[in-house]
Design a protein around this ligand. Structure first.
Ligand code: GAL
Length: 404
């Protein structure tokens, strides 16, 4: 049988034989071509960079600068979520074809005592450009090596060029010694009298009363507020804000940054106290600031939530509804299509919702779910699952049923 097969193979023409041998290679090239072709985004599929490797920029965000886009994210390992490399940076002119430029912020491989020592956890890095100083400023969620998620710190680094190298400045909790806007010394006394509620069983009405009033904020006042899943937002007046899951991931805080974007001014607000939100994604549309969040279930996906405000410092209304409104069995709306939000990128007349589909057992294989945000008749955001969609159409506003 084997001999017959070999002789048939030898009797084929040379060209046919060569084609057969090259077939796997040809198919691989075509497959890669399909993934990088034109302006089509395929959420959840592998996304090769120009060198053919799946983009490694998880929990990321995008900076538009000088006619290019820069995508920063967690450079994840195949086996661990610990940071062994740092924050990666890719660049593109069209949001489709990406070139890996550099490791924008490297973990410290020489000093085991550095807050960003190799093996720490660096998550959800975001970069903004400060026109006042001409510097690029990166903030990220930092957890110290071998300390689980207990540190809950914010790290900051600066660079002269978008691709870095970023120079690590410091990491700390946020706004030590400061009360949120609107809180008085009487409130502090009231919170001290509610301190005992922190010992109660979670989710009992009395415990909740303490959380909403701010007992965890009060507990952390001296050392600074916890800062985990984070986002940055630059408003139209150039002021920048740091948005992070705080108070044991029970309450979002929004803190104003200094004019050079590298520190906090001390002004901050609490949003949805006790709402247990994280993975915030912010954008503006129709006179509102919108914030999409997730619940807190680790790497496992849950339903997205939506909040809105007339001013970034609040008051914020919500939870309004789940903005994911059309999915399918494989990509259910009640699980954010199996993703968790990371950024919103305005692109022409459209806005892209960027989410991560985490793969905790193989972190670097995590996928990117980019989807158009459309708006309903009342101006409310909606996200529909699409197996593929066109960046050109999004740019022209074609995915938005009710433009402003
Ligand atoms: C998620 C969070 C991720 C990461 C993960 C760790 O809830 O959004 O950024 O921190 O938990 O379990």
């Amino acid at each position: 049988m084997k001999a017959v097969a070999v002789s048939v193979f030898h009797n084929l023409g040379r060209a046919v034989r060569a084609a057969l041998l090259l077939l796997p290679l040809i198919l691989a090239v075509l497959w890669c071509g399909r993934l990088t072709a034109g302006d089509i985004v395929r959420p959840g599929e592998l996304w090769p960079d120009e060198s053919g490797r799946h983009i490694n920029a998880h929990g990321g965000g995008i900076l538009a600068y000088g006619g290019r886009y820069y995508w920063y994210g967690e450079d994840k390992d195949a086996r661990t979520n610990a940071a062994l490399v740092g924050v990666s940076c890719y660049s593109s002119r069209n949001l489709k074809k990406w070139r890996r430029l550099s490791v924008a912020l490297s973990v410290d491989t020489t000093d085991a005592a550095s807050p960003i020592a190799r093996g720490c956890i660096i998550e959800r890095p975001k970069v903004i450009y400060c026109a006042g100083t001409g510097k690029f400023v990166m903030w990220f969620h930092l957890e110290l090596r071998d300390k689980g998620y207990r540190a809950a710190m914010a790290g900051v680094a600066v660079a002269d060029r978008p691709e870095g190298p970023f120079r690590f400045l410091r990491a700390s909790r946020v706004n030590a010694g400061r009360l949120p806007s609107g809180y008085t010394e009487e409130d502090v006394q009231m919170l001290d009298s509610l301190r005992y509620t922190m010992k109660l069983k979670w989710w009992t009405p009395e415990w909740r009363r303490g959380v909403e009033a701010g007992v965890y904020m009060r507990r952390d006042m001296d050392g600074g507020q916890m800062a985990r899943d984070m986002q940055l937002f630059v408003d139209s007046d150039g002021k920048a804000y740091h948005i992070y899951a705080s108070e044991e991931n029970l309450t979002i805080q929004i803190a104003e940054l200094t004019d050079d974007y590298t520190a906090h001014t001390g002004r901050y607000v609490r949003v949805a106290p006790g709402g247990q939100n994280e993975a915030t994604v912010l954008f503006r549309h129709g006179g509102y600031y919108w914030m999409i969040t997730s619940g807190c279930t680790g790497w496992a996906p849950n339903a997205a939530r939506l909040y809105r405000a007339r001013s970034i410092m609040g008051p914020w209304e919500g939870n309004l509804y789940n903005p994911c409104c059309e999915g399918n069995d494989r990509r259910p709306v009640e699980k954010t299509f199996l993703g968790q939000g990371t950024y919103a990128l305005p692109y022409g007349k459209g806005i892209i919702f960027m989410a991560d589909e985490w793969r905790p057992n193989h972190p670097s294989d995590g996928r990117y779910l980019w989807l158009p945000i459309s708006f309903d008749r009342d101006g409310g955001p909606q996200i529909k699952w699409r197996d593929s969609w066109s960046l050109k159409k999004l740019k022209a506003g074609k995915y938005n049923d009710y433009p402003e």
